[in-house]
Ligand binder design. Structure first.
Ligand code: GLC
Length: 614
C-alpha cells in the first residue's frame, strides 16, 4: 500500500492513532500483520468512498467534538414501517418529526432480515441491503441527506454480535465450507457447548432457551446466544472483525451519524466465563472508536449495554482512550418504573446519586420506553437494605404494572416469564403503563387526568437528567398498547410487539386539539423540550445533586450551570404533596411563569415542578 498517496486528512488521522490501533489489533490477533494491512487498506478505501457532504460534516464535528453534548439533541426512536410504511414515507413525514422537536432519529433495524425469523430486524441476512418492503440503500441515503439538511442526525443499529442463518456466510458454513464455519462457533458435538452452558446465562429463557442449536445440514452444533436463527459471530477471527467493520463503515457512508452497537457486551466468547463484558470486548470497541475517528469522525457510537451500572460505565472508556460516546441510562429507566409501582423514591434517588457523581464527560441516553422490554435490573443490595426480597419484589412490580394489584391502572404484559427463575420482564407503552388506556376505557376523567400527569411527569424527569433524551415514537401522542400481535402467528410469542404498534395517524391529527389526550401530552412534551433547550441549567455539564425532600413520595434534583439554577421535584404518589424549599432566594415556576409565594411548594398527584432561581 502506497501511503504516500494517502490524502493529508486521512493520513493525519490515521497516524494519530496508528500505534494504539496496531497494538490493540496485534494483541488480539496474534500479530497477524497481513490482516492488519488489509484492515488499514479497507479504512482508506472507506474514507476515499465517503461522500464529500459527509466529510464536510466530519470536519465541522471534528472541530467541535462536543457537538452532541450540552442540551441540544432530542431523539426519537421508531420502526420505519410502523411510522410511515417505508423510508420514503419517513422522508415525506420529516415535518412531523420536526414538529415533535426531534433532531436525532433512531430508525430501528431496516436491513434485510428473513420474515418470521428476524427478531424485529435483529437477524441481518445482508448488511448492504435494505429490507425490500422498506426501500433501498439509495432511499436510505436520500433520507439521511434530507435529515442532514434539516439538522437531524440519523441513528441505525449495527447488529454485530450475530448474523441471520440466511446470511451468505451462514449459508456457506452450513454447506460445509470451513472458512465460513470459522466465522461462527461450530462444534462437532455437544461436549464444548455443554461446558459453555454451565457458565453462560440465557437471554431468552422462555422464547429461545439455551445458547446453542443443532445445524442438521452441517451436522454440527452452532452457537446461538439469542434466537436459534441468530448465529454468533466469532470475533477471534480477524476476517470477521475486518468485514464487519467494513459493513459498519458502509452504513456510515450512507449517512448514518450514530451507530448503535447492538448487544455489544456479548461479542467475545470464552469457555468458563459468562461470555459477557470480557476485556476483549473493550479492545474491539476501542478499535471501532478509533476507526470512526479516522474514517468518519462525525460518527457517534451508542453502546447497547443493558447491564448493571458497574458493567455499563466501562464502555465509556477513559478520557484518554474513549470507547462509546453514548450509553443507555438503563438502570435509571428501570428504577423509574419501579418508582411508578412503589411510589417510593428512595431507590431512584439512590440511583440518581450514583449517576450524579460520574464524570460529566459521560453522556447518557435517557429514555422511558424503547422497542425492548423493561428488565428488572435494579440495585437489589439497596433494596435488601430497604427490606425487599428480589424475587418477591420483581413479582410485585410485574403484578402492579400488569394491573394485577389493587389501585393499579397499568396495562403491561409479561415478557419471558420464566417461573423457574421468577424473572419475568415487562412490556407496554408509556401511556398504557401510566394508566391512560385503562382510565379512558373506564371513562374516569379524574383517573385520566392523573395518568396524563404521570406520563408528563416522567417525561419531565427524563429531561431533568443530564444527557440526550430520546422519545419512543408514539409516546408524544400517548399511544396505547397494540394487542393485534396476539393474532399474528409470527409475533404472538414475543410480547415486545405490544409496544411496537403502527403509529396512529388519525390520533396524530388530534394533537392539535385542546381537550384531546393526544393534544395535552404532545403540547406538554413540546413545552418541556422548549424549556430544556433554552435554559443553561439543563446543560449536560451542569452540577447536579439530590434535594432533600423528607418525603418518600417526592424526589428532588438540583441543577446549576454558569449562574443558572433549577430545582426539580417529582411527586410519584396519587395524592398532593408539599415540600419545603431549601433556601429562600426566590423561585419562578418554569411551567406557569408564576413566582413561588411561599417557602414551600405543593405538587399535584403524580405532578412535577421545575423552579428557576431568580
Ligand atoms: C438487542 C436488541 C433486541 C434484540 C437483541 C438481539 O438487545 O435491542 O431487540 O432482540 O439485541 O439482537
Amino acid at each position: 500500500m502506497d501511503r504516500m498517496k494517502w490524502k493529508d486528512e486521512f493520513s493525519r488521522r490515521f497516524h494519530r492513532h496508528e500505534d494504539e490501533l496496531k497494538w490493540l489489533y496485534c494483541e488480539l490477533y496474534g500479530n497477524d500483520m497481513g490482516a492488519f494491512d488489509y484492515f488499514s487498506g479497507m479504512l482508506y478505501r472507506s474514507w476515499s468512498e465517503r461522500p464529500e457532504e459527509l466529510k464536510e460534516i466530519d470536519r465541522a464535528r471534528e472541530a467541535f467534538p462536543e457537538w452532541y453534548k450540552g442540551h441540544t439533541l432530542i431523539g426519537m426512536l421508531m420502526y420505519v414501517n410502523a411510522f410511515a410504511g417505508n423510508l420514503d414515507g419517513v422522508r415525506s413525514n420529516l415535518d412531523y418529526i420536526e414538529d415533535c422537536g426531534v433532531n436525532y432519529l433512531h430508525l430501528m433495524p431496516l436491513l434485510e432480515s428473513p420474515e418470521g425469523r428476524s427478531d424485529g430486524g435483529y437477524a441481518v441476512s445482508d448488511f448492504r441491503k435494505v429490507q425490500p418492503q422498506l426501500g433501498t440503500m439509495e432511499d436510505l441515503s436520500r433520507l439521511t441527506a434530507e435529515c442532514h439538511k434539516r439538522g437531524i442526525s440519523v441513528c441505525l443499529d449495527f447488529v454485530m454480535n450475530h448474523t441471520s442463518e440466511d446470511h451468505e456466510w451462514a449459508k456457506r458454513a452450513r454447506a460445509g465450507e470451513k472458512e465460513y464455519q470459522d466465522r461462527y462457533f461450530f462444534y462437532d458435538n455437544w461436549d464444548i457447548p455443554n461446558e459453555f452452558e454451565k457458565t453462560v446465562p440465557q437471554v431468552f429463557p422462555v422464547t429461545a432457551p439455551g445458547n446453542f442449536t443443532w445445524c442438521d445440514e452441517a451436522k454440527k452444533v452452532v452457537m446461538t446466544t439469542f434466537y436459534p436463527y441468530q448465529w454468533d459471530l466469532n470475533y477471534a477471527n480477524p476476517v470477521v472483525f475486518n468485514d464487519m467493520t467494513d459493513n459498519m463503515l458502509n452504513l456510515c457512508n450512507n449517512g448514518v451519524d450514530i451507530i448503535r452497537l447492538d448487544a455489544v457486551p456479548y461479542i467475545w466468547k470464552e469457555l468458563g466465563t459468562n461470555c459477557r463484558n470480557l476485556k476483549q470486548v473493550h479492545s474491539l470497541v476501542r478499535m471501532m472508536r478509533i476507526v470512526c475517528e479516522i474514517v468518519c469522525p462525525g460518527t457517534l457510537l451508542l453502546g447497547e449495554v443493558v447491564m448493571e451500572p458497574s458493567k455499563v460505565v466501562p464502555y465509556f472508556g477513559t478520557v484518554d482512550k474513549p470507547e462509546c460516546h453514548l450509553l443507555y441510562n438503563v438502570t435509571t429507566m428501570a428504577s423509574i418504573w419501579h418508582t411508578v409501582a412503589t411510589r417510593d423514591v428512595r431507590l431512584l434517588s439512590h440511583q440518581m446519586e450514583q449517576v450524579f457523581v460520574l464524570p460529566k464527560e459521560y453522556t447518557f441516553l435517557n429514555y422511558l420506553r424503547c422497542h425492548d422490554d423493561i428488565g428488572w435490573g435494579l440495585d437489589y443490595d439497596f433494596l435488601h437494605y430497604l427490606g425487599q426480597d428480589e424475587a418477591m419484589h420483581k413479582k410485585f412490580l410485574n403484578d402492579y404494572l400488569t394491573g394485577n394489584w389493587y389501585g393499579s391502572l397499568s396495562k403491561g404484559e409479561l415478557y419471558n416469564n420464566d417461573p423457574r427463575l421468577k424473572d419475568a420482564r415487562l412490556c407496554g407503552t408509556t401511556a398504557s403503563l401510566c394508566g391512560i388506556e385503562a382510565a379512558r376505557q373506564m371513562k374516569d376523567t379524574k383517573a385520566l387526568e392523573t395518568a396524563i400527569r404521570l406520563d408528563v411527569m416522567l417525561h419531565a424527569l427524563m429531561f431533568t437528567i443530564s444527557g440526550v433524551p430520546v422519545l419512543y415514537s408514539g409516546d408524544e401522542i400517548a399511544q396505547e398498547n397494540d394487542y393485534s400481535y396476539h393474532d399474528n402467528p409470527l409475533r404472538c410469542e414475543d410480547s415486545r410487539y405490544l409496544h411496537r404498534g403502527d403509529l396512529n395517524w388519525d390520533n396524530v391529527k388530534k394533537r392539535k386539539g385542546h381537550r384531546t389526550v393526544e393534544g395535552k401530552v404532545f403540547r406538554s412534551i413540546k413545552k418541556l423540550e422548549e424549556i430544556w433547550a433554552k435554559d443553561l441549567a439543563f446543560d449536560s455539564c451542569a452540577d447536579t445533586w439530590l434535594l432533600k425532600t423528607s418525603n418518600n413520595h417526592v424526589m428532588g434534583i438540583g441543577r446549576y450551570y454558569k449562574g443558572e439554577k433549577v430545582l426539580a421535584y417529582f411527586n410519584f404518589s396519587d395524592t398532593s404533596q408539599q415540600v419545603w424549599l431549601t433556601d429562600s432566594i426566590g423561585y419562578r415556576d418554569m411551567w406557569t411563569g408564576k413566582m413561588v409565594q411561599n417557602s414551600y411548594v405543593d405538587i399535584e398527584p403524580c405532578g412535577f415542578r421545575w423552579l428557576k432561581a431568580k
